[in-house]
Write a protein that binds this ligand. Structure first.
Ligand SMILES: [Cu+2]
Length: 106
């Protein structure tokens, strides 16, 4: 249960989210030499993430919370439309040292 005094703030947040829904963007993230860059990216619900794999190995973008799991073959670009707000940590299943964070605003 939320204490009653928090409710006005929550309503204001929801109104704010409704007024900024217009422009979906495409955010490009590169995987090169076993590194994801940028390591932290910001986006909004409705935006498209475009991961470009410049390596000759396959990579994945696997969300730790299970929200998505995208596989990208060598030298390919894969896109994903964000449907949920939140901070998502993700990694490559084949190279678990490849880690990054995506902050998705409502
Ligand atoms: Cu990988």
């Amino acid at each position: 249960m939320l204490p009653r005094r928090y409710l006005p703030a929550v309503s204001a947040l929801m109104l704010g989210a409704m007024s900024v829904s217009a422009h979906a963007a495409t955010i490009q993230i590169t995987m090169e030499n076993l590194v994801i860059s940028p390591a932290e990216a910001s986006a909004k619900v409705g935006d498209t993430i475009e991961w470009g794999n410049k390596d000759i190995l396959a990579h994945t973008a696997t969300a730790r919370n299970g929200d998505w799991d995208v596989t990208m073959p060598p030298k390919k670009t894969v896109t994903l439309v964000l449907k949920k707000a939140g901070t998502v940590e993700y990694y490559c299943r084949f190279h678990p040292n490849m880690k990054a964070t995506l902050v998705v605003a409502p």
